[in-house]
Design a binder for this molecule. Structure first.
Ligand code: CMP
Length: 226
């Protein structure tokens, strides 16, 4: 997708007519990061919101003992860094490039007049926030009610929805996560996650590749993840 289309489909811009979208775009600055570079860290003061144009960003929180929880993986068109816009307090998570990544950044101060002057912009951002809260509730419920293989299955199906490519064999999901990161994503140990993946592979539901899987039987994987 070309970067203009990516931005046009982001919640912020899809609410606007061409002229207004072009006006809002004048405030944007592009940022490029190499894989592994940190954009911002949890606890810092934040004054910008970002839309991913190309590549993937991961959002993580770190416990006092150094363990990491991977909150989300975001790809083209997805937005982050808006919590400190609505609630001006420190960043709630760190943003790190999972691959080489290109981002569009927009200052909170530039954005505020649009929120008050154009209710449709505010509504689109609120919808994006509501979707995030729904997802967070689902993740919390899964941590309580669903076992690790179920959580791994759900995470892979969610990643397949967003990053999957249909191939003859099935849906190829190039998630770019190491097994350690996948474990941080589902809140389990790497060993348990590896065991679940090996079991799925042995049943013929998926094939494991480096930082990717090919899902061959999404139906059975979904049934196991319920
Ligand atoms: P902010 O707090 O400004 O910076 C970190 C960003 O991570 C935050 O805004 C949100 O955009 C994003 N974020 C925080 N928590 C979650 C979550 N649970 N799921 C997805 N994104 C999140």
């Amino acid at each position: 997708m070309n970067p203009d289309d990516v931005l046009g489909k982001a919640p912020l811009f899809s609410a606007l007519d061409r002229e207004s979208a072009a006006a809002l775009r004048t405030g944007i600055s592009e940022v490029e990061l190499h894989k592994g570079q940190t954009l911002f860290s949890e606890g810092e003061t934040g004054d910008r919101l970002y839309v991913v144009l190309d590549g993937k960003i991961k959002l993580i929180r770190t416990a006092a003992d150094g363990r990491e929880n991977l909150l989300s993986v975001l790809g083209p068109g997805e937005m982050f860094g808006e919590l400190s816009l609505f609630d001006p307090r420190p960043r709630t998570a760190s943003a790190i490039a999972l691959t080489d990544v290109r981002l569009a950044g927009l200052g909170h101060d530039d954005l505020r007049p649009w929120l008050t002057g154009r209710p449709e912009v505010a509504l689109h951002l609120l919808r994006a926030l509501a979707q995030r809260l729904r997802r967070t509730n689902d993740v919390m419920a899964d941590l309580v009610f669903t076992d690790v293989p179920g959580r791994v299955g759900k995470a892979l199906l969610d990643l397949a929805d967003r990053f999957g490519q249909r191939t003859e064999e099935g849906v190829r999901v190039h998630h770019d996560l190491t097994q350690e990161e996948l474990a941080q994503y589902v809140g389990a140990s790497r060993e348990t996650v590896n065991k679940a993946l090996a079991d799925f592979a042995q049943r013929g539901w998926l094939r494991i590749e480096a930082k990717a899987v090919v899902i061959m039987d999404a139906e059975r994987l979904a049934a196991r993840s319920r």
